[in-house]
Write a protein that binds this ligand. Structure first.
Ligand SMILES: Cc1cc2nc3c(=O)[nH]c(=O)nc-3n(C[C@H](O)[C@H](O)[C@H](O)COP(=O)(O)O)c2cc1C
Length: 393
């Protein structure tokens, strides 16, 4: 079977579905240049703003969440591109001349003012960028100015700005949505009504990493104070996947999925949830552009193994199995099956089952036994067993 990673979205050809997300790895033309040489299919440039938009960065900008010394996510408070519109105007032209087959998306943000948005779009219309991405979703700094997430959490303003942009844009327009809303589908519907061509989701999840308990100072300590920031990386992946699926359940427009993608398997999950291509930021910031090699190889091998000729065959696979809780078939129960040879008799499953309500597992004569009259098939014991001795019946 001939497998291809190529895909086409809103008339744009992608040599592969892996894009750099708008973020520090796309803050410089030189960096994007290197990433393209290493195999990335495209890049969304760091969000461009009108030159007169005042932005002062705080220092430091990051703190991390670690699990046994492994970084599982960032909280960042970085703002947008500090380069001029001319820098991006000329830089995008340079990149597209050098790499005509790579996809370049201009991420933009402006104050809630028709002229400001339309001027930015008109200036960048005159570049070979393939599309615009409207950043309605930065959760820190910009909402205080009434932009970023302040736009993406309000369906009416999101509709209005998308409409302004669509009036003048000569390119497809993707709207980057915020996960920090109670109903992302309602915002997606509003921008679709304003004729958006597609979505990008998710931007960072607003969060607070807390204090250093030795000093009682903030972990993200900006001269003794801190602020809520944007969380990213693998810790946000389930939120991103949920948002992408909810958008897909309400719209057939293309989605550029992102949020916690660190492996090709994560990318497949996003495609199954409805994404047409994926974007990556935090994993690149932790391990460099070179991660694209294993991503391309892994995805291609997987498609080959599955007998699929391309990623289209995977799209929406998760949508087919998503239903409401009410409609889940509730029987038979998924009882645990204990592998007594593997079991280390540590009793952890017994304790957890005892203390988390059901009291269905017991240690009797050195063996774990199950009382099916008490077991509700919740599945928790499987996940706490350190020996991997419990599977589903
Ligand atoms: C330090 C940092 C800066 C970011 N800057 C932007 C930005 O300028 N524009 C934007 O749309 N998203 C920005 N993002 C969000 C990312 O593009 C991406 O949506 C988010 O981090 C989730 O993907 P990830 O888990 O792969 O990082 C930024 C993220 C980080 C961590």
């Amino acid at each position: 079977m001939l497998v291809t990673l190529q895909t086409s979205i809103s008339g744009i050809n992608f040599e592969n579905p892996f894009l750099l997300a708008s973020a520090p790895p796309t803050s410089l033309i030189e960096s994007i240049d290197i990433a393209f040489q290493m195999g990335w299919g495209g890049a969304v440039v760091k969000t461009i703003t009108p030159d007169n938009l005042e932005m002062t960065e705080a220092s430091p900008r990051y703190t991390v969440l670690e699990d046994k010394k492994h970084i599982v996510g960032f909280q960042n408070i970085e703002l947008l591109s500090h380069k001029t519109v001319k820098y991006w105007h000329d830089g995008i032209k340079y990149l597209k001349q050098k790499y005509p087959q790579k996809v370049i998306i201009a991420s933009i943000m402006a104050p809630v003012n028709k002229e400001a948005w339309q001027n930015l779009v008109k200036t960048l219309n005159d570049t070979p960028a393939d599309a615009f991405e409207l950043n309605f979703s930065c959760p820190h700094g910009m909402p205080e100015k009434g932009i970023g997430m302040a736009i993406g959490t309000d369906a009416e303003i999101s509709f209005t700005i998308t409409k302004w942009v669509k009036e003048v844009s000569q390119k497809p327009v993707f709207v980057k949505l915020s996960p920090n809303v109670s109903d992302i589908a309602s915002i997606a519907r509003a921008v679709e009504q304003a004729k958006a061509d597609g979505f990008a989701a998710i931007n960072t999840v607003q969060g607070f990493m807390g204090l250093d308990l030795k000093t009682l100072k903030p972990l993200l300590n900006v001269n003794g104070k801190t602020t809520y920031g944007g969380c990213s990386g693998i810790m946000v992946r389930p939120i991103g996947l949920r948002c992408v699926a909810q958008i897909r359940q309400t719209s057939t427009l293309p989605i550029l999925g992102q949020g916690g993608i660190s492996t090709w398997e994560d990318a497949v999950q996003y495609i199954c949830a409805g994404s047409n291509a994926v974007q990556i930021c935090t994993e690149v910031m932790l391990n460099g552009f070179k991660i694209i090699g294993p991503m391309l190889k892994g995805l291609k091998n997987y498609l080959e193994e599955k007998g699929f000729s391309g990623i289209d065959a995977l799209r929406n696979k998760a949508i087919e199995v998503l239903t409401s809780h009410k409609d889940l078939i509730k029987t038979p129960l998924a009882y645990p099956q204990i592998n007594h040879e593997k079991c280390g008799r540590c009793g952890k499953c017994v304790t957890i089952c005892m203390e988390s309500e059901h009291q269905a597992l017991q240690l009797n004569d050195g063996n774990i036994t199950l009382d099916k009259n008490r077991c509700v098939g919740c599945g928790l014991c499987r996940f706490v067993c350190p020996a991997g001795a419990i599977c589903r019946e």
